[in-house]
Design a protein around this ligand. Structure first.
Ligand code: FAD
Length: 319
């Protein structure tokens, strides 16, 4: 079922969903299942599976020369989607990236989705590759998520690439999610500009928005208000990430270009170990989510990134 249908069928009740990251290459799927199993108690209508960008690795050869290769450290997004769908009878949402993919490769992925009965995808640009300053599209790939949305939307009327060859495609009506940034995307010159680009993604066919994590709800409320003023009417799903280690105080702002509120920083700073930090993160997220529930958000979407015990504890307080 489409995410938008899940939201409609919920009839105003807030749904619970979460995002998982594929394991590192060579690691089996059992740990992932161990983290998903307890969360199924909260009946998530869908689970997102991220896609990692390719990265450079350096291999030392016998002759002493170093060879640079490009590889994906966490492959298998679509396989994991299919496995989870089969095991738990839940909709899965693969993240599709512009970065590292040609339009043809994207089309093949979408065709695989169609065969697997996957009806929802999140269309993203991806970040710059590790070690590179700016995002570079693949040769023959897309530069912005809005272009990827346009390609996916074209399949709704069966328009595949190279249709001038006489090929007539089978229509596939994917429900398309895109990313939104309550604190602005790092590269956007202003929040207003970023919202215009978000509107473009919606105009191209995006059906819903999932936000970057935020720790101050006011940022989300302001973002929703401004998005509505711009004429963006699709559901805006908040993304929630509980802080779980002291290192997050530096890592989260660095990786996701977000601010942490002073009271949260102070509580984390007081903790003597990471168990205590994990509890602070749970308490903060519960407080955040209660306010978001009162606001009437359609879904509370959690970034799980590994161990899910904290998300279980948060959900247990809310659902
Ligand atoms: P875009 O919407 O293309 O925007 C990128 C930047 O370009 C913005 O600053 C925007 O304002 C600007 N812009 C957009 N369109 C135009 C235009 N036409 N002309 C000029 N400027 C424009 N990354 C991964 O690698 N894998 C994942 O699985 C993943 N999942 C994510 C899930 C969510 C919910 C979120 C919020 C992010 C996720 N990311 C993921 C990170 C994401 O790939 C990065 O934040 C990336 O830098 C931007 O992606 P985007 O789709 O928002 O890009």
């Amino acid at each position: 079922m489409k995410i938008t249908e899940h939201i409609q069928n919920a009839d105003g009740k807030t749904l619970f969903s979460f995002e998982i990251v594929p394991p590192q290459k060579g690691v089996g799927i059992s740990d992932l299942y161990k983290n998903i199993d307890p969360l199924m108690e909260f009946k998530p209508p869908f689970i997102d599976v991220t896609t990692s960008r390719e990265e450079y690795i350096f291999l030392e050869r016998e002759n002493g020369l170093v060879e640079r290769k490009v590889t994906r450290m966490r492959p298998g997004t679509l396989g994991i989607c299919a496995a989870i769908q089969y095991k738990y009878s839940v909709d899965t949402v693969p993240h599709l990236l512009c970065g590292g993919y040609t339009k043809e490769e994207t089309e093949y992925l979408l065709i695989d989705c169609m065969y697997l009965g996957i009806q929802n995808v999140v269309a993203l640009r991806g970040d710059a590759m590790k070690g590179e300053k700016y995002f570079k599209p693949a040769l023959g790939g897309h530069s912005y998520a809005s272009e990827l949305v346009e390609q996916i939307d074209a399949l709704r009327c069966g328009r595949y690439l190279n249709e001038d060859t006489g090929y007539k495609g089978c229509a596939t009506d994917f429900c398309i999610g895109v990313a939104g940034y309550p604190e602005k995307h790092i590269e956007a010159p202003s929040i207003n500009y970023d919202l215009q680009m978000l509107k473009k993604k919606v105009d191209m066919g995006a059906d819903y928005i999932v936000t970057q994590m935020f720790f101050d709800n006011q940022k989300y409320f302001d973002f929703v208000k401004k998005a509505r003023e711009k004429g963006i009417t699709v559901p805006i799903i908040p993304g929630i990430k509980p802080v779980s280690t002291k290192k997050h105080l530096q890592l989260l702002p660095q990786a996701f270009k977000i601010d942490l509120p002073e009271p949260l920083i102070n509580e984390v700073a007081k903790c003597s170990d990471n168990n205590a930090v994990r509890q602070v993160g749970i308490d903060w997220a519960v407080h955040q989510c209660k306010e978001l529930l009162d606001f009437g958000v359609p879904v509370l979407h959690f970034y799980s990134m590994g161990k899910s015990d904290n998300i279980y504890k948060i959900a247990k307080e809310l659902f």
